[in-house]
Design a protein around this ligand. Sequence first.
Ligand code: SAH
Length: 295
Amino acid sequence: MNKPFDYGERVLLLDSKQRRYLLVLKDGGEFHSHNGFVPHADIVGNHEGLIARSTRGSSYTVLRPTLEDFVVQMPRGAQVIYPKDLAPICMLADIGPGVRVFESGVGSGALSMTMLRWGAEIVGYEIREDFLNRATSNVRSFLGEDAVSRYHVQLRDAYEGIDETDLDRVVLDLPEPWNVIRHAEKALRLGGIFVAYTPSITQAAKVRETLAESRAWNGARTLEVLHRGWHIEGQAVRPDHRMVAHTAFLTTARFLGVHEHAPMAEPLPEVDDLEDLTPQDDVTLDDLERPTLGE
Ligand code: SAH
């Protein structure tokens, strides 16, 4: 799809220092910088990779923005989930064309846009109307009407219940995701997947505890994604000095339904017994390392 740029399209301008500017091409529009301006008319009719020059001689490479370019710069109300976690969430939730997802809250729509991009059909509950409108307009403006037709957002509190049934996935980014687990058990089909994004490990542990209590879930796990950039320039090849050291934990599990004969989660060994347990085969390191909550 290498058609020429046209009015109404969103483009990305990169300057010589790799600074990024997003703009929508308008009839009569101008992109202004400290070094003069680029008339939008100079971009229209050209192809990606164009080097546009400003009136005072700065050069800008012009490309169509990727979803990654857009989500980090789009208008936002709520804090968005960053690309580092967006793609892993889609993998954990096994998002694909036609997959029916319940998402809450929708916030600014960064995660919604990623799942829509991967083909999902989303029902979203969000308690703030301004965020819900913002998310919808972000989806419309970057992904277009086809994506909006697969995006069904409602002004609703997810803690109070989920109306939909037979859903394939429940994906949560809200402060108390454990409050939604009982509702997820009614809304998910058997074999469905639950994913919760939580900034704090105590939230993740509470999600795990709630999942473990119900016996309806299998394979619960919690992970974080570390993303370290590298500086590569001649012989200077080393990790970047700075990195985003923490965003959130991802907790996922599969829904099996409540079975009479489901194995109970094994009780954790008492701390005093740990030494005695070491040589036994039936206690793995995983058991010992499972986080437990206060009481
Ligand atoms: N994942 C989003 C950001 C979500 S921020 C993104 O990538 O853009 C968390 C959102 O949850 C906020 O918008 C907040 O208003 C919403 N929220 C908080 N509690 C909620 C509840 N009980 N039901 C529905 N939405 C809720």
